[in-house]
Each structure stands twice: as C-alpha cells, then as structure tokens.
Write a new protein. Structure first.
Length: 388
C-alpha cells in the first residue's frame, strides 16, 4: 500500500501509513474508515470546489479570516518527510484564493525555512493578508541552528525581527508573538522592545504563546496584547481554566494551535498507529496504545456528528472551537491541499443552540487520558516572567 495520502481518504491513513510502510495495513482499519472516507471525498471534493472562506473575525482590532493556516510543517512534516516546496506555495496561494487571510509561522519552524517558504508563497498578495510569526527560542540569527533554552533579550528580539522581515520578504510583521516566556527577562522589557519595533513600523500587533496567566496580565498592562496563542482543542481544553477568561476580560483574541489535536481529531490516528522517529507525538502519553484506545471515544463522537451534519470530523472539531467564542481563530496546519480545503469549510458549519448543547455534553462525557506534551517540552509552558 502506498504511504502517500490521497484526497479521497482525507486523513484516515496519513500518519499511520507514513510509519508503517514496511508492514501491511490491517484490512479492518481500512474498512472501519470507509464510510467516513467517502463522506470526506464528497465534502472535501466536489463541495470543496466551491468552498470560499468569507467569514471574518477580530483578534483585538486585527481582522482576519475565521480560519487561518499554520505553516509549521511545510519544511518538514511530523513524519520527518520534506514536502514539495512548489506544492506548499500552491496550498498557500490556493488558501488565499479561497478567502483565507491569516498565516502563522515562526523563526523556530525549520528553523527559519518555514518563514522563507511563506514569504515566497504570499509575495503576490502580501498586502492583502495578515502574517503572524514568533521569536523566543534560542535560534542562531544567521545560521538558524537551534541552541538550548530561550532568548527574549530586547536586543536579540530586534535582531531576530530584522531576519524575519528578510525571510518573509516584507517590511512589517502584522502579529508578532513571544513563542515562550523567557524566565530570565521581565515581560515589561519584552513589551518595551516590541514597542520600539512598533514605533519603527516593523511590527503592528503583538501577542504571547503558552504564557502564565499573570504574565499575560502584566504584558497587556505594559503594551496592549492583540492575541494569545496556545494549544486548544477537544483533545486539550486547558485554556478554559483561566486564559480564555482573561482574554475575554481584556479584549484579547485567542488563536488555538493544534486545533485538530495534531491529527487525532480527524481520525488519522488510531490504536494501530506507530510514529516515526523524531515525531513528537510518539513521546506524548495521550498517544500510547492504551491511552489511544480510550481517547478514540472522542473521535467516535466527532464521526457521529459528521454523519449528522453531512460533514467531516475535522470540520466538526474546528466548528466547535469557532462556537466557543467569537474571537477565537483556529490555525490548523497541513501540507495537503485536500485537508486545507476541508478545514476552511469549517466556518460554514453552524450549530443550533440545541445541537451545541448536545455536542458539548457528548464530548464532555469523554475524559481524555494522558499528557499533551512530553515533560521536557511542557516545562516551557505556563511560565511566569520574572519581575524587574
């Protein structure tokens, strides 16, 4: 069986096939996904031909399409393969043609290379879109070599932004995030550097990712924050505890990364899936064989609602996020054209109040088992910046 996904099977075998190419795929797995694959082909095929993303949302004062595009894996996928650069440009440009205006990158993706791919891809329509990117990991400014830890010193931030502008082929970054909170640098110092960049016209808006709640409040007091980016999906609902409430109080937009649970919520992962070496999901306890067996109950809920709404599990998962707050804008990432077209169709999935209550009840009845990140990665989240 080929390890290359096809448009017709949407996501069903994408990850498992990439790492099990040397072994036969179980016939039961194929049969179990057959009905959903046919629906995905219908919704993501003929319907996708006319899919247009017309809905817009506000992140603070920044207007973007209701669904964005994460380009993180466009230089290297989770399965460690290298996608075709020209096809990545094609996906980026087709997304724009279909109405998507919000693209998310970072200096750490690649590192550096994803920003180059995005800059090349959006060059024909740069002034009609919103580009978000991120600083903060210890990335060599010239070579892109990754070092240990984090760097958010003001002088380093300013140099990093100059490199971003070159790679993105632009004169300004619409939304610049601190990728992770540096425990050595007060957030007020970070805000001061961003303010200098804003005064120079190099940055228009700023945000934070995966920060501690008090750091978010301090950052916003120092320089109004436009958006927060953190993991949030039906597989991980951590932001509901504090962060979403703070964003609502302060008028800050929220951008969920991994809104499809790194592929799990689409049905692409099941108990037979094994991950390639280097794929971070192989180190996440929520994806161990015993935890997957339990957590698949969540996927079955989404598949049932996809049946009910004549949709796909991916669209249901994204539409659920969109229904949580009017200022939430998910940024599903993909390197597959069919997946991108499917994802942007989520903005057209509408739940009645009764349907939303029923869906909430069904997904809340499933308690997800396992941790979302390996401990060595999780330690960089929920960090509070030091005081001056």
């Amino acid at each position: 069986m080929s390890t290359q996904p096809t448009d017709s099977n949407r996501r069903r075998l994408l990850i498992g096939a990439a790492t099990l190419a040397a072994a036969p795929m179980a016939a039961s797995l194929v049969a179990g996904h057959a009905a959903a694959a046919q629906r995905a082909a219908r919704v993501g095929g003929t319907a996708a031909a006319s899919t247009a993303l017309t809905r817009r949302r506000k992140l603070g004062a920044l207007e973007v399409s209701a669904v964005g595009l994460g380009v993180q894996n466009m230089s290297r996928t989770y399965q460690t393969t290298v996608p075709s650069r020209s096809e990545m440009h094609n996906i980026i440009r087709t997304a724009f043609d279909r109405g998507l205006t919000f693209y998310d990158a970072a200096e750490a993706y690649g590192p550096h290379e994803v920003e180059r791919i995005l800059g090349e891809g959006v060059a024909p329509f740069r002034d009609e879109i919103v580009i978000a990117t991120k600083f903060g990991w210890n990335i060599d400014l010239q070579t892109g070599a990754r070092g240990p830890g984090l760097i958010s010193r003001p002088d380093h931030i300013k140099q990093a932004v100059d490199g971003m502008l070159t790679r993105l082929r632009t004169d300004r970054i619409d939304l610049l995030y601190q990728h992770r909170v540096d425990p050595q640098v007060p957030i007020e110092d970070v805000a001061g550097a961003i303010k200098d960049l804003m005064d120079a016209g190099k940055v228009l808006h700023w945000g934070l990712c995966e920060m501690g709640p008090q750091t978010l409040r301090r950052a916003h007091a120092a320089l109004p924050v436009t958006a927060v980016q953190s993991e949030y999906s039906l597989l991980w609902r951590g932001p509901e505890h504090q962060v979403l409430g703070i964003c609502e109080d302060l008028g800050i937009g929220f951008v969920p990364w991994s809104p499809l649970g790194v592929g799990f919520l689409t049905g692409a992962i099941d108990e037979k899936t094994r991950f390639a070496q280097g794929d971070i999901r192989g180190n996440e306890t929520r994806f161990t064989p015993e935890k997957i067996t339990h957590n698949l109950a969540l996927v079955r809920v989404l598949q049932a609602w996809a049946d009910r709404k004549d949709s796909t599990p991916a669209r249901i998962a994204l539409a659920w996020l969109l229904a949580r707050r009017p200022w939430i804008v998910p940024i599903p990432g993909t390197t597959q054209m069919a997946h991108m077209l499917d994802n942007i169709g989520a903005a057209d999935v509408v739940f009645s109040s009764g349907e939303l209550q029923a869906l909430d009840a069904a997904v809340s009845a499933v308690t997800v088992q396992g941790e979302r990140l390996p401990p060595a990665v999780q330690v960089f989240s929920d960090v509070e910046a030091p005081t001056r």
